[in-house]
Structures are given as structure tokens and as C-alpha cells.
Design a binder for this molecule. Structure first.
Ligand code: PLP
Length: 431
């Protein structure tokens, strides 16, 4: 059922926990965006979640559009996944030795994303992108990498340049603690602006190992690739003997069973995955053609390892989640329809003063009259208006990302009733 509306919501237990947490955890949180700095309030501390709903420690219920930043495509605590994980736990939490489950997950990934002929499991999206770049450099014998302003690929040193996500609202786009030497091989281009890429290749093409891109940018808010942009990246990398890396940590198994590459029919050389493939557990993966992945140790000279890589519990959650998605393709039609209804609701309510970008079950509202198609237009959004909107929605039990520059995620657990209630709350905003 849709959570009951409460009057005068209290957040006292969240406030108490936050004050105590700040004394022993940096900023009280284990990932910066969770601190709610961009929306100027105390974060909600979560007690539990089920389906499309999340419940805080003060007993408030919310309709959740963060979905743990993407993994919970089936909704929270999906019974079949939970039961499989519970059963797997009985057999031990980790072995540090190969298992049949890792083979099963690799085969499942390959069956859905054929370009990932060979893949390696890691424990986060950050590790996946960091490793994919190492492989691209090893394979091409070149050092430079092109990334796009506003795209986020995790927090590894070399990629923390003009990053999106938390780095945008935290005002630390370039982190302290990263030596200049570590980022000197990272070249930054503009998303959706082929010319900016062309220029880098014309001057440094022979030194460029790879382009890494979020095929749909989702860390400066959701920004769709313009027609032909991904095809252009495919062509220019081929022309110059560089690799194309699609960072599908968000889009993988989100835009469809084949990810963004299946959606747009553009095939990269390497792909990185995370979030959904762990079904809520810490998992990442990178992979591509055998010829490229043969660079990875122990076959090849590119080293990459992990104590908990291929962990049996995380792998179980991943297998179960991907199997359900594969068996039930109508999930994608349903979540896209839900997102479209929300997007239309937003456009209807705010009119021309906002830009709503939506693709599949990914979406963002930008408080700008401009069409948001790159970093510059994304950052033209009025973030104080976003903060006001966020606060209103939270106080009316709609849980959104506490930052303009994150995506809104819809899950298969969101019912028509949830979507209708969300639109109803929205219609009350600003009245
Ligand atoms: N790549 C993309 C596109 C992401 O959105 C993220 C995280 O949000 C990452 C990589 C890093 O993944 P993780 O947070 O699991 O390290």
C-alpha cells in the first residue's frame, strides 16, 4: 500500500544519529552525497525498505526514487533475491576460490551484453572503471584517456577530474590528495560536443588509449546522448586505434537487458558494470572481447585482483536479479511507462521553467528553461530551487536524490498508485 500521509513529520531520531555519527564518521556519512549538504538539512537515517518504500528511524515512510542510486531495479527486499542470498549464506560468506556461480554470472552477462565476451568481477563500479582503463592502456600501449566533463566514473585518482555526481555539489570537482601527475593523462572533453573530442584526437590521437563515457550521462543529472554522438565516438576511436569504453554502471540492465549499447546499437570495446549486477550487494564488472581481456592477469601482463572479487553471496544476488530481469522483459516496459508518467506530470506542473530529461526508468528535472544537453546547460539549473523542491517532496514522503546532479530511478515495485500519489504531491508544490 502507498504510505499513509503523516502530518508534522518528525526527524528527531535521524537528527540524534546524525549528530553522533558526525563524531566518528567523516561528515556523519560513508559517501558524501548522503550528508544532504546540497539540500541544507539533516539526512534521513533509514531503518528498512520494502518494495518501492523506504522507512526511516522516526517511523516515516517514503516512496523511494533513489533506489540505492540504481541497484534496486526490482524494488527493495525482493523476496526471491533475499531467499537466494539467505540460502547462499548458509554455505559460507567467502572462500577466495573460484565457484560455479562466477561462471554462471559471467555467462549471464555475456548472454545479455554480447560485447562482454570475457568479463572479470570486482567489488564496485570504481574498481571496474579503474581496471578497464588499465586494460585499455595495457592493450594499446598508450597512456592518455579521454573523459567527459560532468561524467562520473568512481573515485579513482586518475578519473577524479571534472567529475559529476557528489563532486559537483560538494564544490570539489578536483579532489585534494590527487597528485597532478596522476591526472596529467586524463583529457577532458565536452559531452555531446564531437568537436571537443575531435580536437583532442587531432593533436594527441596517437597517445590516446581510450575514451570512457557514460552512454547516457547520469551524474550531472540525466543527459541523453544526442543522435549520432555515440556513433561518432565509436568511429573516431576506431580511426585512431583507441578503445571505446562504455561505463554502464548505471545504464547496464537499467535501460534494457542489453544496457545502453543494446538500446543505441553502438558496441564498445570494453564495458563496465556495477549497481544492478550486484542486486544490492557490492559488485562491479568489466569486460570485452577476449583478445583485449587476455591482457588481464593471470593470462596477460595487466595486474588486477581482489580478496572478495566474485564473492559467493554478492554473486548469488546478481545472478538472481539478472535472471529475473531476463525472464521478465515486460519489467522494462513497465518502469519506462512509470517514468514517462512522472516526467509528464513534472512538465505539466512546471511548464517551460524546467527541463525534464527521461529515458527508460532514468530521469531528472532541471530548474532551467534551457534544453539540458551537456555540462554547461546542466549546471545552468537553479540548485536552490532544486533544494526547495526536494525539501517539499521529502516532507510529503517522496524520497528523491538530495542533489540536482543525480538521477531519479524508478523500480518495478513502483505501482500505478505510487506514481499517482507522487504526481498528486507534486501538484501541491508551490501552491
Ligand atoms: N560509474 C558510474 C557511471 C557511476 O554512476 C558510478 C557511481 O555512481 C561509478 C562508476 C562508481 O561506482 P561505485 O560507487 O560502485 O564505486
Amino acid at each position: 500500500a502507498v504510505p499513509e500521509m503523516r502530518r508534522n513529520m518528525q526527524y528527531t531520531e535521524s537528527e540524534r544519529l546524525f549528530e553522533a555519527s558526525k563524531k566518528c564518521i567523516p561528515g556523519g556519512v560513508n559517501s558524501p552525497v548522503r550528508a544532504y549538504q546540497a539540500v541544507h538539512r539533516t539526512p534521513v537515517f533509514v531503518e528498512r525498505a520494502s518494495g518501492s518504500h523506504i522507512y526511516d528511524v522516526d517511523g516515516n515512510a517514503y516512496i523511494d526514487y533513489v533506489c540505492s542510486w540504481g541497484p534496486c531495479i526490482l524494488g527493495h527486499a525482493y523476496l526471491r533475491v533475499i531467499k537466494a542470498v539467505q540460502a547462499a549464506c548458509e554455505n559460507g560468506l567467502t572462500y577466495g576460490a573460484p565457484t560455479g556461480k562466477e561462471l554462471k554470472l559471467a555467462e549471464l552477462i555475456r548472454s545479455c551484453i554480447p560485447s562482454m565476451e570475457v568479463s572479470r568481477l570486482v567489488s564496485s563500479g570504481t574498481e571496474a572503471t579503474m581496471s578497464a582503463i588499465r586494460v585499455a592502456r595495457g592493450f594499446t600501449g598508450r597512456d592518455k584517456v579521454v573523459k567527459f566533463r560532468g561524467c562520473y566514473h568512481g573515485h579513482s585518482d586518475g578519473l577524479l577530474v571534472k567529475a559529476g555526481s557528489g563532486a559537483l555539489t560538494q564544490s570539489v570537482p578536483d579532489s585534494k590528495g590527487v597528485p597532478a601527475d596522476y591526472t596529467k593523462n586524463t583529457l577532458v572533453a565536452e559531452y555531446n560536443q564531437p568537436d571537443s573530442v575531435q580536437k583532442l584526437f587531432e593533436t594527441q590521437g596517437k597517445e590516446i588509449a581510450a575514451i570512457i563515457v557514460e552512454p547516457v550521462a547520469a551524474n550531472m543529472g540525466v543527459v541523453l546522448p544526442e543522435p549520432g554522438f555515440l556513433e561518432f565516438l565509436r568511429k573516431i576511436t576506431e580511426d585512431y586505434g583507441a578503445l571505446l569504453i562504455f561505463d554502464e554502471v548505471i545504464t547496464g540492465f537499467r535501460l534494457g537487458i542489453g544496457g545502453a549499447q543494446g538500446y543505441f546499437h553502438v558496441t564498445p570495446d570494453l564495458t563496465t558494470l556495477g549497481k544492478i549486477i550486484g542486486g544490492g550487494m557490492p559488485v562491479g564488472a568489466y569486460g570485452g572481447r577476449k583478445e583485449i581481456m587476455d591482457m588481464v592477469a593471470p593470462v596477460g601482463p595487466v595486474y588486477q585482483a581482489g580478496t572478495l572479487s566474485g564473492n559467493p553471496i554478492a554473486t548469488t544476488a546478481g545472478i538472481e536479479t539478472l535472471t529475473i530481469l531476463k525472464e521478465t522483459p515486460e519489467i522494462y516496459t513497465q518502469i519506462e511507462a512509470s517514468a514517462r508518467t512522472l516526467a509528464e506530470g513534472m512538465r505539466g506542473h512546471f511548464g517551460e521553467s524546467v527541463c525534464v530529461n527521461q529515458i527508460g526508468s532514468l530521469m531528472s528535472i532541471f530548474f532551467t528553461a534551457q534544453k539540458v544537453k551537456d555540462y554547461e546547460t546542466a549546471t545552468s539549473s537553479d540548485i536552490s530551487r532544486y533544494a526547495d523542491y526536494f525539501n517539499y517532496m521529502l516532507d510529503h514522503q517522496i524520497y528523491l536524490a538530495p542533489s540536482q546532479f543525480e538521477a531519479m530511478f524508478v523500480s518495478a515495485a513502483h505501482t500505478a498508485e505510487d506514481i499517482a500519489q507522487t504526481c498528486e504531491v507534486l501538484r501541491g508544490y508551490g501552491r
